[in-house]
Design a protein around this ligand. Structure first.
Ligand SMILES: CC(=O)N[C@H]1[C@@H](OP(=O)(O)OP(=O)(O)OC[C@H]2O[C@@H](n3ccc(=O)[nH]c3=O)[C@H](O)[C@@H]2O)O[C@H](CO)[C@@H](O)[C@@H]1O
Ligand SMILES: C=C(OP(=O)(O)O)C(=O)O
Length: 414
């Protein structure tokens, strides 16, 4: 599948952000902690959600959908999620924590997800071991066994989002108290903790670097609405700035967008923050900026590619350093095809702004690389045809419709 984008300067209007992909995926995994009915509302229609839903269902849990809600109930019957599903998305690995807590044994293959580096799972496994699980590797699968998980102090070498979430879920039903130290501070971790607490969990300190978890014996049902997607919001904000547009981005938590807003302002865009919305416009030239991706509250790695597309047309040279993933510059090759002037050295890219970039046939190598190419396509002369657009649909609900609603000339091609 492909998406075609024509030059579309000055996009304008309003766009509504969907719920956060990276919050919903762990929340749906955590629904495995309860046998009672768990309802998650405002679920976006994106491919990653369909995969995790199918995966949960494959574990013998009933899953029902109505309007934009997903209800799940019942004890997981199976502890071996199918490889075909697990290999497709990174978040599939997040069923490991709840399954270990509920079933005492899990067999799961290494997860998939965006091709942005090696993406090891050692921190997840070290966490489970600290809770008392025995870990074995067999034929590409991880097998974890624990008669009873027991609370412990767990120090993470890096504040990994996924490891924090997986350990949080396992510890929430372990015996006794767990401290996760050097935990990830991302808003999606906080949302997961709030969700688990809404099922009767006892978690405090999420959003700080020490999370305290008191294990409970049983979780109840819950009805929960996840936070808005800060990366989807950031993508539309950058699209507005890149096209010298004027866009009101609705359904956001401005607090979650601080790093993105700071870099947009530094680059010459205007940002007006309100309670649950932000307006982004740009009338001045794009100024070059320095960006270094970092764990939250630093600049998000998931916005690095989109900013690079934007900065390709700045007046001067920008420097972007990717410090979270070791190989997240796959979009550079495609931006070069469009006439961008980017040089990479290790984890740093120097983007020499150019007046004009031109449309080309390019490939979405991963989700955010695809989003970056969309932004580049909006500002490029002529047509840009983005192949493998299914990567974009992994994480952006109705992106073609949303951008069309802002006046962008964008179409899907089979
Ligand atoms: C589904 C989801 O929520 N995905 C997000 C999540 O991915 P994910 O949870 O995979 O990201 P992590 O925070 O775990 O990864 C950050 C860094 O830690 C390393 N690491 C991670 C785990 C581990 O066991 N060992 C290890 O070395 C990774 O290779 C990477 O270099 O957070 C990333 C960082 O904000 C985002 O880009 C992803 O969009
Ligand atoms: C890297 C991402 O997703 P995942 O971790 O699911 O591959 C992302 O959302 O940008």
């Amino acid at each position: 599948m492909a998406i075609t984008v024509e030059n579309s300067e000055n996009i304008s209007g309003e766009v509504e952000v969907s719920s956060s992909k990276n919050a919903i995926l762990p929340i749906l995994a955590a629904s495995l902690l309860s046998d009672d009915k768990v309802t998650v509302n405002k679920v976006p229609e994106i491919n990653d959600v369909s995969i995790i839903k199918t995966l949960i269902n494959s574990l013998g849990v009933e899953v029902e959908e109505s309007a934009k809600s997903i209800c799940s109930f019942g004890m997981p019957q199976n502890n071996h999620p199918p490889y075909e599903l697990v290999r497709q998305i990174r978040a599939s690995f997040l069923v490991m924590g709840p399954l270990l807590a509920r079933k005492g044994k899990v067999r799961i293959s290494f997860p998939g997800g965006c091709a942005i580096g090696n993406r090891p799972i050692d921190l997840h496994l070290k966490g489970f071991q600290a809770l008392g699980a025995r870990i074995n590797l067999s034929c590409g699968d991880v097998i974890a066994t624990a008669k009873k998980l027991k609370g412990n102090h767990i120090y993470l070498d890096f504040p990994s989002v996924g490891a924090t979430e997986n350990i949080l879920m396992a510890a929430s039903m372990a015996e006794g108290r767990t401290y996760i130290e050097n935990a990830a501070l991302e808003p999606e971790v906080v949302d997961l903790a709030n969700f688990i607490n809404s099922m009767g969990g006892k978690i405090s300190g999420a959003g700080s670097n020490v999370i305290k978890v008191d294990g409970v014996k049983k979780m109840t049902g819950a009805n929960y609405t996840p936070i808005p997607d800060r990366i989807e919001a950031g993508t539309y904000m950058v699209a507005a700035a890149a096209t010298a547009g004027n866009v009101l981005v609705k359904n956001v938590i401005p607090e979650h967008l601080k790093a993105i807003i700071a870099k947009l302002i530094e680059s010459g865009a205007e940002v007006e923050e309100e309670k649950a919305q932000v307006r982004v416009k740009r009338n001045k030239k794009i100024k070059p900026v320095y960006i270094k991706t970092l764990p939250y509250p630093g600049f998000p790695t998931d916005m690095q590619a989109q900013f690079m597309a934007y900065l390709s047309r700045a007046e001067g040279s920008s420097v972007v350093t990717e410090s979270v993933f070791e190989n997240r510059f796959m979009h550079v090759q495609e931006l070069l095809r469009m006439g961008a002037k980017i040089k990479t050295e290790g984890r740093t890219a120097i983007i020499k702004g150019t007046q004009e970039i031109s449309g080309a046939s390019v490939k979405a190598t991963d989700l955010r690389a695809g989003a970056a190419l969309l932004i580049a396509g909006l500002t490029a002369k002529g047509s840009t045809i983005i192949s493998e657009s299914e990567h974009i649909d992994r994480g952006y609900e109705k992106i073609v419709e949303k951008l069309s609603g802002l006046g962008a000339r964008i179409y899907r091609k089979l």
